[in-house]
Every structure is written in structure tokens, then in C-alpha cells.
Design a binder for this molecule. Structure first.
Ligand code: ATP
Length: 357
């Protein structure tokens, strides 16, 4: 059992920066758990508190039921892999992987067995005699993972481990990491600012903003039932379209059309101003004159991505729409031109041209 519990964990740095508001999180035994959020939201700080590299200002960390809050990192039986994976250039792959075990004074035979096993899992066996300079970025990243695996820790803590790799390798290593974690079944906490990485890797994800957890859930839960506007806008690419609307019973009045909802919104007796979210994939191009759920749009930009077409468009009604509440909630920059552009994700066989109405 290596369940990790954070109870009331908060962090205020000496200079007064409140990096984490009091936070409760339970990471289940064997789970691949992702902390995601924009730069500076406190994810690395939370990870460092879990592994023991930072002391919390308040709260307790428990691993497998045992309080570890005051313990040194080396006494927590967790292995951390950083963005700048520190592997020693003067050591071979074998020596790099054996290093943490030598520090732990394990018998030579045990060290050799563990290194061989980890190398086999990571497909590094052929490379054990090489030095890091003779490895590719992806291979070096695997060596860094190897150093974590040989320790057979209760948990892996990974801080943006793929961000130094190029886009293609990142996708490949992402798949490998997911497979590796399922094979080892070790509790893993993974920090990233990349929501695609979070959705593909996380069994559950915690979305952080300004030091506070916004929502914890499976990728599907976050995507389909975001708890607030921030999560709605953060999860999904291209991002969900957010626009001002009025809700009254089962009527949702958007600037460009009125929709009848399948059922009236509960607890909304009178007309209320709301923000409506429309996922880019929920738009379609209407044939002919369309129907009551269609509207005219001016196409500004078309991006062709092979299987998908991203179409950025603008509708006349949005140019005069009242954006006040959106500006406040989403922090639109003061100098924005007051226009809302929407994006649709269409099949690549769709015939849409830039500049078309
Ligand atoms: P990134 O994705 O950019 O690494 P993050 O979400 O991991 O960001 P943290 O590194 O946890 O964010 O930082 C959270 C906040 O705490 C930031 O405002 C940061 O500037 C601040 N911070 C981090 N370390 C310290 C420190 N030692 N002293 C003061 N403030 C700090």
C-alpha cells in the first residue's frame, strides 16, 4: 500500500508568496495521478512537499498511513525525476543506474540484478556500457527513469519529465511512461502544465490554479463536467468556446441564436445571465439554409491538421455582444479588440474557406 494523503497542506514562502492554499488530496495506491495547471500555480511546490524537498507551512503528508511530514526525502522511499534529469556525464548507463543503490549500500549482486531488470524493462540493455553523451534525449530520459525504478520506491514523483524532449519524442515517451507505470503498478504523481499530457496519462487529474485545487477527477469527468470556468477553458484543445448568454427555463439565448435545452435548468426561475460553453467539436457546417440551430459565420482562419480542420470564425452578433462578465471571469486583456472569435473542429473533408461567409 502506498496511498499518499495530503491533509491541509499549505505553503507560504519566506517572502510572503502563498504558493499553496490549504489542500486536501488523496492519491490512491498504484494510481497514475497528474497535477496540472498553468505556470506558477503551485504544482512543483506540492510535489516537493510530498517528496520532502520543501516543508509545508501547515498540514500533513501521509504515505501508506504513516505521517512523513518532517522526514528527509531519503527516508520517504520515493523516487523523483525532474525536468532536467540529472544523470552523471562521466558515468556509464550502468553506473548511473547503480548509483542510488550504491549509496544505499546494497550488496553488489543485488545491485547488478536490479540494474539488469530495470534496463530490460526500459530497453536499455544494449546501452548499459555507454556514457550519456552517446545517447539520444529519449534514451537519457529512460536512464533517469531507470535510476528511479532500481530503487523500487513506494512512489514515483515526476516533475515535467518530458518537457526537454522534442514534440515527437515527447509523444513516444509519454506512451512508454504510461505503459511502464501500468507494468510496475507503482503509485505515480506526475506534474505537467500540458493538458494533453494530463488527459492521456492521468487515471485521475487535479487541476490547480493560483495554489488551489479546482477539481479532481478522471480525464472524462474533467472534460465532460468541468467544475468551473477555469477547468472548462483549461481542459481541451482547442479550448472550449465561452460566450455570454441568457438562460430562462429551457431557453438558452446565445448572441447568435436561441437554443431549446433538452430540459429546463434546475433552480433558474427567471432569466439569468450565464456563460455558455460550446466545445469546438460540437459545431457542424449546416447544409443549405440550415435550421433553427444554425447561424451565419465569417471564417477568419482555417488550420488544416490532417484528420481535423480548425476553423476560427466570427459572427456579427458577437461583435456587439456584452462581454463584461467574460472579461471579468476570464481576465481578457484590457486592450483586446472586444471581439470574440469562436473555433470549430470539423472533419478535414469539410469544405470551408478563409474569408467565406
Ligand atoms: P511551473 O510550471 O512554472 O514550474 P508551478 O506550478 O510548478 O510552475 P511552483 O514552482 O510550485 O509553480 O511555484 C508556485 C509559486 O510559488 C510561484 O508563484 C513561484 O514563484 C513561487 N515560489 C516557488 N518557489 C519559491 C521560493 N523558494 N520562494 C518564493 N516563492 C517561490
Amino acid at each position: 500500500m502506498a496511498e499518499i494523503v495530503c491533509e491541509g497542506i499549505a505553503k507560504r514562502f519566506a517572502d510572503g508568496t502563498q504558493a499553496l492554499q490549504p489542500t486536501d488530496l488523496t492519491i490512491r495506491d498504484g494510481e497514475f495521478f497528474v497535477l496540472v495547471g498553468p505556470s506558477g500555480c503551485g504544482k512543483s511546490t506540492l510535489l516537493k512537499i510530498i517528496v520532502g524537498l520543501e516543508r509545508p507551512s501547515a498540514g500533513e503528508v501521509r504515505v501508506a498511513g504513516e505521517a512523513v511530514t518532517g522526514r528527509d526525502p531519503k527516508d520517504r522511499n520515493m523516487a523523483m525525476v525532474f525536468q532536467s534529469y540529472a544523470i552523471y556525464p562521466h558515468m556509464t548507463v550502468r553506473e548511473n543506474m547503480a548509483f542510488p543503490l550504491k549509496l544505499g549500500r546494497l550488496p553488489e549482486a543485488e545491485i547488478a540484478t536490479r540494474v539488469e531488470e530495470a534496463a530490460a524493462i526500459l530497453e536499455l540493455t544494449e546501452l548499459l556500457g555507454r556514457k550519456p553523451a552517446a545517447l539520444s534525449g529519449g534514451q537519457r530520459q529512460r536512464v533517469a527513469m531507470g535510476r528511479a525504478i532500481v530503487r523500487q520506491p513506494a512512489a514515483f514523483l515526476l516533475d515535467e519529465p518530458l518537457s526537454n524532449l522534442d514534440a515527437k519524442l515527447r509523444v513516444q515517451m509519454r506512451t512508454e511512461l504510461g505503459r511502464l507505470q501500468r507494468r510496475l503498478g507503482t503509485t505515480t504523481v506526475y506534474v505537467t502544465h500540458d493538458q494533453t499530457e494530463a488527459l492521456t496519462l492521468g487515471e485521475r487529474i487535479a487541476v490547480l490554479r493560483r495554489g488551489a485545487v479546482q477539481q479532481v477527477g478522471t480525464p472524462r469527468e474533467l472534460y465532460q463536467s468541468p467544475a468551473n470556468l477555469f477547468v472548462a477553458g483549461f481542459i481541451g484543445s482547442p479550448a472550449m468556446n465561452l460566450l455570454p448568454a441568457t438562460l430562462e427555463g429551457d431557453r438558452l439565448r446565445l448572441p447568435m441564436l436561441e437554443l431549446v435545452l433538452p430540459e429546463p435548468a434546475p433552480g433558474v426561475p427567471a432569466a439569468r445571465e450565464v456563460i455558455a460553453g460550446i466545445r469546438p467539436e460540437d459545431f457542424r457546417v449546416a447544409p443549405g439554409d440550415g435550421d433553427a440551430t444554425s447561424f451565419r459565420a465569417d471564417v477568419e482562419l482555417v488550420e488544416w491538421l490532417g484528420a481535423d480542420l480548425f476553423v476560427y470564425f466570427d459572427v456579427a452578433a458577437l461583435r456587439s455582444a456584452r462581454l463584461g462578465v467574460l472579461e471579468e471571469e476570464l481576465g481578457l486583456p484590457a486592450e483586446h479588440d472586444g471581439r470574440l472569435r469562436l473555433v470549430a473542429r470539423l472533419g478535414s473533408d469539410c469544405r470551408v474557406r478563409e474569408g467565406a461567409g
